[in-house]
Design a protein around this ligand. Sequence first.
Ligand code: V47
Length: 387
Amino acid sequence: MIADWKLKLDEIVDKVDSGERLNQDDGIFLYQPEVPLQRLGELATIVRRRKHGRVAYYNINTHLNPTNVCVYRCQFCAFRSDLRDPKGYAMTDQQILERGREATENGCTEMHIVGGLHHKMPYDWYRGIIETLHANYPQLHLKAWTPVEINWFEFLTKMPTREILLDLQSVGLGSLPGGGAEIFHPEVRDQICEHKANSHKWFEVHREAHSLGLRSNCTMLYGHIEQAYHRIDHLLRLRELQDQTGGFQTFIPLAFHPDNTKLNYIRKPSALMDLRTIAISRLMLDNIAHIKAYWIMLGIETAQVALGYGADDIDGTVRHELIYHDAGATTPELLSVQRIRELIEESGHQPIERDTLYRRVHRDPLDYSKWSVGSPVESAVAAEAVS
Ligand code: V47
């Protein structure tokens, strides 16, 4: 048995060395606890170094969740509220504009906007959020609405996906975040979020977005009822679309946080599981440039270690995150730029501030809130700069 797994691991090492793509069997095998995590980290680091050298990226960003009221009842969600629940809210135009002002004053380059599907709000409310923020704060990149929201907008307007995306793009949508992916395999998806956009829809929206020149991210929610073969199936579906469109920028594995959810009997995944998932993602997703260790969800310590397990991005300073904090995340609400840079440097990497599209950000030394972007940080260039 031991000899068998060593042989199989040697086979995978040869593939990684020669840049050959890993297959489904390889991925499922790497999830077996017998495969030493440290070895997996070394393999993922080979791939990470080829792509990014010793660079690790971060950005200065903020979140906006305009409402928590949601027609859906996903089993894993602690953030949602019923329409008549006292905890339910929907932000006013004034509050939303205030967030734009705060973000701009604090030098944010990106606002990540997602929320519930409110029973009463029309499409124009969601569209207006993008339009108003973009009109008042044009430098702020709006990474907004997942396929779950876009699908809801189709339902509200009877417009097709492409029309919705074009319409949002015309008023300032900059890119799509990676949420709503959960686990694509129907054996799991039908149990944890039965009614919302299915995997077919999720891919259709990203495919359309990429065809319109919008870049997007992708995620996987792991550590609940799914098994290794569901996770690998998920990664392979993402890899397949990326082969066709090249539009995904970053993959973010999201560890399940059980507090205040219907799945609160499940234990949160361990740090070892988190690191294994980061490493396997780096190895399987050979065509997606970046793997993000989202510190809010992993915790600062694990996110820092993850930079040595295949991750090259740690997300950003993050203000106003609610989805994870409602589900029991004990991470701070905000990290300073100085702290993020220290965490990256301590891990042996060179911090580079990027914008949402991975262009290098240059700050005005006299006024931190003023910034401009250079050309995209080409991975090979970044790798060379620090080799
Ligand atoms: O789709 C919800 C997940 C996602 C819980 O694009 C939960 O850069 C764990 O997609 N425990 C939204 N996960 C967050 C997201 C994201 C985060 C950071 C960066 C980016 C990006 C995207 O959060 C949801 C769902 O998969 N989620 N509840 C929970 N209790």
